[in-house]
Design a binder for this molecule. Structure first.
Ligand code: OOG
Ligand code: NI
Length: 273
């Protein structure tokens, strides 16, 4: 486990940026200076709900840093479950962790996933670097494509493993932009593909959270039999509204999250490289 929050997020960021070339350019577009002033609202991580690597195993890394459990979210169609975590220090990024409900899929997908997870060494999961350690298994390209037929999430996770799936710009703290719509316009004017599933702006002021995201970049994955460029990671943008008590809403919105998951679909990969 990491003993220091800043080091953990820096390592997650460096690992994410290596396969998400858009991230730096987006920082420069939205930031006041060189983008160093961008504050992240949250990051998201993905896993399988098998004991060795389940959601709680990832969460343990954050609980050890003083994070506390927030809400839980169910995604029936995509067969996912998620929880979010937040820190008493409001400047700490929130963390959204989801897991694939493996038992809800075909026996073939279950067998593939169980074989992948069987290859993960027990101690890799508690190691300092687990959350940005990538894959701990061999997977060939045909298996990746077989997974894609049933679950884009399963395929993405098999290819990329443990890493931040996205970082999220906190729009409330931007000096130059105030709304998700303005951010989306700048992104599109600069050639980025904005995820339009369910509309480009997910959520509303009534939901207390509005979000949008780019479509994932593409980066090369070394499968066991060949190297192929596939969707990697994306960038998200969030604007939060105050609750009745005046505090900004700190949770997530399941209906919006359901569409944000689709930012790693191959159909609309970002073009703004
Ligand atoms: C997470 C999608 C949900 C949000 O902010 O609602 C999400 C994922 O794609 O892994 O990030
Ligand atoms: Ni998100």
């Amino acid at each position: 486990m990491h003993s220091d929050r800043n080091t953990l997020f820096r390592d997650l960021w460096d690992n994410y940026k290596a396969v998400t070339p858009s991230a730096d350019r987006i920082h420069q577009l939205l930031g006041d200076t060189q983008g160093d002033d961008i504050v992240n609202d949250h990051i998201a991580l993905r896993t399988f709900n098998l004991g060795k690597v389940g959601l709680e195993k990832l969460a343990a890394h954050f609980l050890a840093l003083g994070y506390r459990e927030g809400g839980e979210y169910h995604f029936e169609a995509k067969k996912l479950y998620a929880k979010h975590y937040e820190h008493p220090d409001p400047t700490a990024p929130k963390v959204f962790i989801s897991e694939l409900l493996v038992e809800a899929f075909s026996p073939e997908l279950q067998a593939i996933v169980r074989e992948l997870v069987a290859q993960v060494p027990e101690d890799a999961v508690t190691a300092d670097n687990f959350l940005y350690s990538g894959t701990h298994w061999n997977v060939d390209y045909a298996t990746y494509q077989r997974l894609l037929e049933e679950s884009e999430y399963a395929a993405w996770l098999a290819a990329w493993g443990y890493r931040a799936n996205h970082f999220t710009v906190n729009i409330n703290l931007l000096a130059k932009f105030d709304s998700v719509a303005e951010v989306n316009e700048v992104l599109k004017a600069n050639g980025f593909a904005v995820n339009s599933s369910g509309g480009e702006i997910k959520g509303s002021p009534q939901d207390l959270l509005e979000q949008s995201s780019t479509m994932a970049d593409k980066a090369e994955v070394r499968f066991s039999d060949r190297t192929v460029a596939i969707p990697s990671c994306f960038y998200e943008f969030a604007k939060r509204y105050p609750k009745a008590d005046g505090e900004l809403y700190s949770g997530f919105v399941a209906a919006s999250a359901d569409k944000i998951f689709e930012s790693t679909d191959a159909s609309g990969a970002a073009v703004g490289m």
